[in-house]
Design a protein around this ligand. Structure first.
Ligand code: F6R
Length: 243
């Protein structure tokens, strides 16, 4: 793993954007694996700024997202589909037909997982962007998820429901299930960049980089991938033992 420690969230976002933008500029037909949450918002802002200032085009870029809440339609303000339009898709020239997320309101959940896995088999991520949960989850692969997992329906842990409740009117409104790419779908990416900021992530970051490789901390699976860059700010790096 390559580890880049930056001063703050803004510089973390810029470093991560450099990696993704290099992929986009090199291959105008690249497939971007994308994440939601607070961690990548600044990186998306940098990508939008670059699009506006330098004209980097997303006309032929496609994307696959990590996850989506079960039960929320794409029009719901808390859905990840909505998040992606708001924070990236509506602000660059990507064709929405080339973007993909699991369908939160699909009638048959297993059929939806099968559809998404089939799609991922045809759209290998040129680069996969990840955040990390305070419990070490990646995507919604919670502790205990096997490393060979593919897209599946996840029962969210109380810890994750609590973490995510800040975006909802009350904790009772947070969906209790989500679709998530599995760890094996994530590891299939050609390149991975994982961003984390703040003290709240320090434990998970330490486990990911220095802890025992185990499904107990899903992010440790990334140590088995040949091209992972961890971009973290000083607070998220604060528990690392090694220089
Ligand atoms: C989001 C996702 C999650 C988040 C993680 C961190 O698509 O897959 O794994 O990356 O929960 O969330 P934030 O960035 O909000 O701290």
């Amino acid at each position: 793993m390559k580890v880049i420690i930056t001063e703050d969230y803004l510089s973390m976002s810029r470093e991560a954007a450099k990696i993704v933008l290099a992929v986009v500029k090199k291959n105008p037909r690249a497939v971007l694996g994308l994440a939601t949450g607070d961690s990548p918002i600044g990186m998306y802002e940098e990508m939008i700024r670059d699009h506006e200032q330098n004209g980097t085009s997303y006309e032929f870029i496609s994307s696959v997202n990590l996850d989506e809440y079960v039960g929320l339609p794409a029009s719901h303000v808390q859905s990840y589909a909505y998040f992606m339009r708001k924070h990236l898709f509506d602000r660059v020239n990507i064709d929405l037909n080339n973007t993909a997320l699991p369908d939160g309101v699909a009638k048959d959940k297993q059929a939806e997982c099968d559809r998404y896995n089939a799609l991922l088999a045809t759209k290998r991520q040129s680069v996969q962007v990840l955040g990390i949960g305070s419990n070490g989850h990646i995507g919604f692969n919670e502790p205990g998820t096997p490393f060979d997992s593919v897209t599946h329906v996840v029962d969210l842990t109380p810890n994750t429901i609590k973490d995510n409740s800040r975006l909802f009117a009350s904790v009772d409104e947070v969906p209790t299930q989500a679709y998530s790419m599995g760890i094996s779908n994530i590891l299939n990416a050609e390149k991975i960049v994982i961003v984390a900021s703040g003290e709240k992530k320090a434990w998970a970051v330490r486990q990911m980089i220095e802890g025992e490789i185990s499904p107990a901390v899903p992010a440790t699976a990334l140590r088995g991938h040949k091209d992972v860059t961890v971009v973290i700010d000083a607070a998220a790096a604060s528990l690392l033992r090694r220089e």
